[in-house]
Design a protein around this ligand. Structure first.
Ligand code: NAG
Ligand code: NAG
Ligand code: NAG
Ligand code: NAG
Ligand code: NAG
Ligand code: NAG
Length: 409
């Protein structure tokens, strides 16, 4: 090392001005790369938690619903992305009070959705939602919120219109909706209505596209409540909700936990490191009966804190998510929790109920939907929270890293 420097020093007189400038540039470039590299090591990812602890302490998910006269950012008339079973306005839901509430975190104000700013920050990027029909519900809300600035173009759909891709050309943003209700491999036996669930095999509908996305939102869970037969290593190992089958009942939390673990393991092993957002459990609000066939949801305002205790099944599934999320963090995944569980729990008034159909005859006994959310409705808040998370992530990354890289050069 010392020799090397001496040789350089001896030869120095022969170095021209041009070469000296070139060497200086090399050193500067080297240090810029080093800084960029260490920036990457120091901040391989940035969580909103680390962001808010530096700026202001605010738990976005701890708060209350407050009345807000300004109302939703879009309507059934201004947005064309609303699936008709969630289009409560068009379907004739008479009360509109559920549209005039805003989520207020105790320690800060949640900014309203700024679609223009969001799309500018997302320029050249891609975001995928992976999950079930609640996931689609959330994606349609996002498309509506963004449509005020740019209408998304549908550029791909699968045979059943379950997986779709939209493109927003002015901002070069790609939004993917990937149908993978279990995240792991499953097959429905149409003759028996049994679902075979492979606990050790991922659903390649999403893994095959994983590389394409900068951001991934996992937004599912509900299908684990269904009657399912569990397979592992090509052998049946148990089931959930399969009375009369002489199989071991392992529980819905067993399969959900196994699925999340397998997903996080895959992401941990993959070279590609998108930011992963895990959206927590969406509670249903059926009352006066269990499930779609009997229950109804006819409340007209949010619950107050502690007015309502969750269904134990909802609480169990949310616990699974939080525990597996913590495990994922320990393994160094770029993971963020979009913890909408509690704020969704307080909104029994936000579901279509009988207005899943066009002008239902409510004098008759009808099937109610107390699981999905009216659009516009409380699920718009999930996206406001998602955008707050993604925007603080991007802003922090750019102030901490990009600026450092530019200064020395
Ligand atoms: C939107 O809903 C209103 C009722 O709130 C209805 O009168 C109107 O026809 C709907 N618009 C569309 C485009 O369906
Ligand atoms: C939230 O906004 C209200 C007015 O809109 C303001 O009075 C209040 O100080 C804000 N709170 C915080 C924590 O920023
Ligand atoms: C769009 O973004 C991708 C990166 O996601 C980039 O490769 C491509 O060049 C961009 N296209 C335009 C037209 O800006
Ligand atoms: C987006 O991509 C285009 C084309 O590759 C590039 O010119 C532009 O600077 C990129 N914008 C951002 C914000 O990355
Ligand atoms: C899977 O099953 C095969 C036999 O069917 C067995 O040889 C193998 O050890 C099993 N693998 C695991 C991981 O249990
Ligand atoms: C995740 O990856 C790290 C190394 O990148 C490894 O140490 C850890 O064991 C992995 N964890 C799992 C659960 O795969």
């Amino acid at each position: 090392m010392a020799n090397g420097w001496e040789v350089d020093a001896e030869e120095e007189p022969r170095i021209s001005h041009g070469e000296r400038l070139f060497n200086l540039l090399l050193i500067l470039l080297g240090s810029a790369l080093l800084i960029a590299f260490s920036c990457h090591l120091l901040f391989p990812y940035v969580t909103p938690d680390s962001f808010s602890s530096e700026k202001e302490e605010c738990d976005l998910f701890s708060g209350k619903w407050i009345q807000d006269a300004s109302g939703p950012a879009y309507s059934n008339t201004s947005c064309s992305f609303i699936s008709y079973p969630q289009d409560c306005l068009t379907n004739g839901r008479p009360d509109t009070g559920y549209l005039y509430w805003r989520w207020k975190p105790y320690d800060c104000n949640l900014s309203l959705m700024d679609a223009r700013k969001f799309l500018n920050i997302m320029r050249n990027k891609s975001l995928a939602f992976i999950g079930d029909s609640i996931c689609r519900n959330q994606m349609e809300s996002l498309l509506c919120l963004l449509s005020k600035v740019e209408e998304a173009l549908l550029v791909y759909h699968d045979e059943n219109f379950q997986s779709k891709t939209w493109y927003l050309p002015s901002h070069n943003v790609t939004l993917g909706l990937i149908w993978a209700p279990f995240l792991i491999k499953s097959t429905e036996d149409s003759s028996k209505n049994d679902i075979q669930l492979y606990l050790d095999v991922l659903d390649d509908t999403w893994t095959s596209q994983y590389q394409k996305y900068n951001y991934i939102v996992l937004s599912g869970g509900q299908w684990f409540l269904k009657e399912t037969i569990f397979w592992e290593n090509n052998t049946v190992v148990g089931c959930h909700y399969c009375t009369g089958k002489s199989l071991r009942e392992l529980g819905m939390d067993y399969s959900y936990r196994r699925a999340l673990r397998l997903v996080f393991h895959f992401m941990n092993m993959s070279e590609h490191k998108p930011l992963i957002v895990l959206r927590t459990w969406t509670p249903s609000h059926f009352e006066y009966g269990q499930g779609n066939s009997e229950g109804v949801c006819n409340r007209r305002k949010p619950y107050r804190e502690r007015e309502y205790t969750a269904d134990p099944a909802d609480a169990i599934m949310r616990t699974v998510e939080v525990e597996e999320f913590q495990e994922g963090l320990k393994n160094g995944l770029r993971l963020v929790l979009l913890d909408t569980y509690h704020l969704a729990l307080l909104r029994p008034d936000g579901h279509p109920g009988p207005y899943r159909e066009f002008h239902p005859d409510i004098s008759k006994k009808l099937q109610n939907d107390c699981l999905h959310w009216c659009l516009p409705g409380p699920i718009d808040t999930w996206n406001e929270l998602l955008m707050t998370i993604l925007m603080s992530e991007e802003e922090l990354k750019s102030t901490l890293c990009t600026n450092w890289m530019i200064v020395p050069l």
